[in-house]
Ligand binder design. Structure first.
Ligand code: ADP
Ligand code: MG
Length: 699
């Protein structure tokens, strides 16, 4: 039944069917069924005409149609009616379909009118109201929540405006019986969660008798969606854990212990210790590790990575660390080489820019096992890179790598795949993490090393610019360095580059070359030039670095203490947070200055207020999720996981947590869903897979 082509529905001819297909991708009965209303209008109340005002919004009135006049000429021709109730009169105005309406509307008859209040020259009216004659049969029928569906102008013109569209769904439900919409959640769950049946929920989501049923239906359908998503993720995690064996790192050996005792320059934070413990447990379990380590910028992920790599070395395996850019990879190389100095560990580096003899030697030494730790860019995963025995592969700044790239790490080791550790500095709200990384194990470093001074963040507009320059000069006089960042987005690349160059000129005038050195870095530069400019800043030869967001990821210059962000309103929250994380890495008080024009959208204002209020990455991520919705959170775009139909990860965290917990409990007892009560869930999952609604592996 649900696969029946839409043209077989009463009231849908070929023309309407074509329109529905083209405009809304509704091809079948099933598509129409799952095209849920995006809002409802409350038709349970009638307004009194004398109580209406410009701000009344959508209203429903009941009255007698008193007059009907054709007014105006040509394009301005319109039909004007007057509706009177016991309190007053209001004008109803139509511009389209006026001759048909004039013939069919009956002056003197009672009508229910529904529409949005307009104001025009101080008078209020309703333009293009829905009008229905009050007869015996519909006197009560109108008193419900009426669904409003997504539509387009073309559909409206074809008689599929609000009412027409509603009729289609009505026609659909005349055909559908409960047998067409079988239950897919076991009875024990419905009972326990107080959920309505699937049939009721689907009917009520379109035609809720009251708010109560609407809430129940929404809740049920959201739960169902999130529950099956979690079942799928958890089942694939479970299967991987039982099917994919991993190397056992049972020893904590000399490398780890010596580093810990002799080299580690600080006490680990409690969070770092906890995460290392979690990783150690994974590495000893005989199952391939797939763990995500989330930690805000500066939370100290590098040393966690290093300690994990030392465990691999202690057990006779090699390890590698992959970063998304050459700059970052080199910083890791320098940092890690320093930390392990004197421990007899060979650390080497590979990227696309390493060529010829040097490269051959690295590849040979990697294969012979002379190189213990290899650090580099995605060059590491090229086919011709062969390890002797790779035991652990770490990727830093996870969201820059595609799924396929990470998957190819798996093939770098025989007979078993290496353990995989993924590190990300993009804090992800818990609800998103449960979904995006639902089949990974997740560790969170939720504590910053002690002694960090919180970054002072302020919002400044153009009229403060001179003062901002003055402040920058003071900081430079104290020996500090400064970032000035401009937005650059592909769509307006030319304008953005122009802005950047203008900004550079202004700064060059304000900070003359006799006294100040300025680096400039943007995406249009050759990699070698970029690197050169970057290195000048890293070495402290330049005081100011003007850049587009290329510096966003991971760059570490502890002496930089000021981050000036231009056109702040054009950045998303997570980007701003990443950018701000470039400062505050040394012992000095650091500052972040958010520059904008005076005029700002509400949204931008809220983003900026959030930045000024907090430096907590998770709080910022939650705000980002609220403001922009889950589809726009950085790192989530490619993921089909967020194409949810009715649930909203930004709002439905509670339902998600519930769904995940219940799914976990069911799978714990019955991982392959073989119990008679659970078979229906297995069938649902298989059906989804067949329909191609599979969400792929994350790692
Ligand atoms: P991120 O998580 O952003 O990669 P890093 O690993 O680069 O952070 O660490 C940021 C800085 O904090 C580094 O200079 C590192 O040496 C230092 N650090 C890391 N852990 C600690 C700690 N437990 N105590 C003090 N400093 C630490
Ligand atoms: Mg890092």
């Amino acid at each position: 039944m649900l696969d029946t082509a839409i043209e077989y529905l009463r009231g849908v001819g070929t023309v309407k069917a074509d329109m529905l297909k083209k405009e809304l991708a509704i091809h079948t009965f099933g598509d129409l069924l799952t095209a849920f209303p995006y809002r409802y209008v409350d038709k349970t109340k009638f307004h009194k005409i004398n109580e209406l005002s410009e701000e009344s919004g959508e209203v429903q009135l009941k009255g007698i149609l008193r007059k009907l006049d054709m007014l105006g000429e040509g394009g301005k021709r319109r039909l004007v009616g007057r509706l009177r109730d016991e309190t007053g009169v209001i004008e109803l105005v139509w511009f389209q379909g006026i001759y048909w309406l004039e013939r069919h509307l009956k002056v003197g008859s009672p009508y229910v009118a529904f529409g949005k209040i307009n104001s025009f020259n101080g008078f209020i009216n309703i333009t293009h109201p829905e009008l229905e004659e009050v007869g015996e049969e519909n006197a009560e029928a109108a008193r419900t929540f009426a669904p409003v569906y997504r539509s387009t102008d073309k559909l409206n013109a074809k008689g599929l405006e609000a009412k027409g569209r509603r009729r289609l769904t009505e026609a659909l439900f005349e055909k559908l019986t409960p047998a067409d919409l079988p239950e897919n959640l076991p009875d024990y769950l419905l009972q326990k969660m107080h959920l309505p049946s699937r049939y009721d929920a689907l009917r009520w989501i379109h035609f809720p008798p009251s708010q109560k049923e609407l809430d129940a239906a929404t809740n049920r359908l959201k739960f169902e969606e999130l529950f099956y998503l979690q079942m799928r993720l958890l089942q694939s995690k479970h299967r991987r854990k039982t099917a994919i064996k991993g190397y056992v790192f049972e020893k904590v050996g000399e490398h780890f212990n010596r580093f810990y005792k002799e080299k580690l320059p600080f006490e680990l934070t409690g969070a770092q210790k906890r995460v290392i413990k979690e990783i150690r447990a994974d590495l000893g379990a005989g199952v391939q590790m797939n763990r995500l380590v989330q930690g805000d910028v500066g939370s100290g992920k590098t040393v966690v990575a290093l300690l994990s790599m030392l465990l691999a070395l202690d057990n006779g395996y090699q390890a590698c660390l992959m970063a998304p850019t050459e700059i970052l990879a080199q910083q890791h190389l320098i940092g890690i080489s320093q930390m392990v100095e004197g421990l007899g560990i060979r650390v080497d580096y590979l990227s696309g820019s390493i060529k010829g003899k040097k490269r051959e030697k690295i590849l040979a030494d990697l294969k012979s096992g002379d190189i213990h730790i290899l650090i580099g860019t995605h060059a590491l995963i090229e086919d011709w890179v062969e390890f002797q025995n790779l035991g652990l592969a770490i990727t830093d700044e996870q969201h820059r790598f595609g799924v396929a790239q990470r998957a190819s790490l798996w093939k770098k080791s025989k007979p078993l795949p290496p353990h995989v550790l993924v590190m990300t500095a993009t804090p992800i709200p818990r609800t998103l993490a449960m979904t995006l990384y639902g089949d990974l194990d997740v560790s969170v470093i939720d504590e910053l090393p002690p002694g960090r001074k919180p970054i002072t963040t302020s919002h400044r507009t153009e009229n403060h610019r001179i003062r901002v320059f003055g402040f920058m000069k003071e900081e430079i006089a104290k020996g500090r360095q400064i970032y000035v960042v401009f937005p650059l987005i592909e769509e307006s690349e030319k304008m953005d580059l122009k802005n950047l160059m203008e900004g550079y000129e202004v700064l060059s005038r304000e900070f003359p070359i006799e006294q100040y050195q300025i680096s400039i870095v943007h995406g249009k530069m050759k990699p070698a030039d970029k690197d050169f400019e970057m290195q000048r800043f890293v070495r402290g030869e330049t005081q100011i670095m003007i850049a587009t967001t290329v510096i966003e990821v991971g760059v570490n210059v502890p002496n930089a203490s000021v981050m000036v962000i231009e056109n702040t309103d054009r950045f998303g929250l997570s980007q701003l947070h990443q950018l701000r994380g470039r400062v505050g890495r040394g012992a000095d008080q650091s500052y972040c200055i958010l520059m904008t024009d005076f005029k700002l959208s509400t949204d931008a204002r809220e983003r900026i207020a959030t930045m000024v209020r907090t430096t907590d990455g998770f709080e910022i991520a939650e705000a980002d999720l609220r403001l922009r919705g889950p589809g726009n959170i950085e790192g989530t775009q490619q993921s089909g996981l967020l194409n949810l139909h009715i649930a909203d990860l930004g709002r439905d965290g509670e339902i998600l947590r519930n769904a995940r917990e219940i799914a976990m409990r069911i799978l714990e007892k019955d991982p392959e869903l073989q119990h008679p009560l659970n078979v229906m869930m297995r069938e649902q999952l298989e059906k989804d897979t067949k329909r191609g609604r599979h969400w792929g592996r994350i790692s």
